[in-house]
Design a protein around this ligand. Sequence first.
Ligand SMILES: [Zn+2]
Ligand SMILES: [Zn+2]
Length: 269
Amino acid sequence: MKEKLYTIEVMDALKENDECPCCYLERKIEQDTISFVLGASYMEDDIRGATDRAGFCRRHTKMMYDYGNSLGNAWILKTRMEFIRKQLSAQAKGKMTAPAGVKGPVAGIHSAKPSLIAKLKGGQGAKGIDGGKDGENWMKASEHTCYVCQKFADTYGRIIKTFLHLIRTEPEFLNQLKASKGFCVPHFADLLKACQEEFSPQEEERAVPALYQLMEENLNRIQEDIDWFIDKFDYQNQDADWKNSKDAVPRTMQKLVGTYPADPVFKQK
Ligand SMILES: [Zn+2]
Ligand SMILES: [Zn+2]
């Protein structure tokens, strides 16, 4: 089957003129997934089976709590707890196996170095799982498995592929990117690595210098914004215009780290 591309989503994200279209899509997928698991679907067996096995990381546990729907949260927690208790009991009896249904490379099974896109598809779900040889390892690994992170990782690999596909096939797309605000540093690093892995030397030569230039220009712009934000605190500048610096702190944080610190808490409507 042909892999799904996210052309419409990527084009819509670009129209938002955000500091990073990947951050924008990441937030959307994250919020959609939280709404989905705490919507009616938490009573569906297959979804609950998946959340039982993966659980939620710290960030997404906090998001689940903040979202509301305490009964939905309670059901999800009840059967996740049952799952973890079963694992613990099997471990205690020396019968532990790797948590079933956790996708991604498990040491000893995957020996070849996975490509970035393969790694993204594996998600954070598998970080550190070593097949469950000892109890400590699988318990530590369960800290890093997360239904929401996994969902995003699955989609993110295809979003990056969509960028590559559009750069390759739509001559106008690179110009649209050049007119955008670029990417945050972590998402740019992923895009760059994927270009290096997937592009022919000619494609790389056409796209990569243009992408670097885009990033340089936009990091310079953010630098000016954060510099002016500080200068504005000088009494000599108290009446001067803020220019684009009023929200320079959260935008600089996003550019450097890929997050939206100024976002309000995401809550059930
Ligand atoms: Zn980003
Ligand atoms: Zn997570």
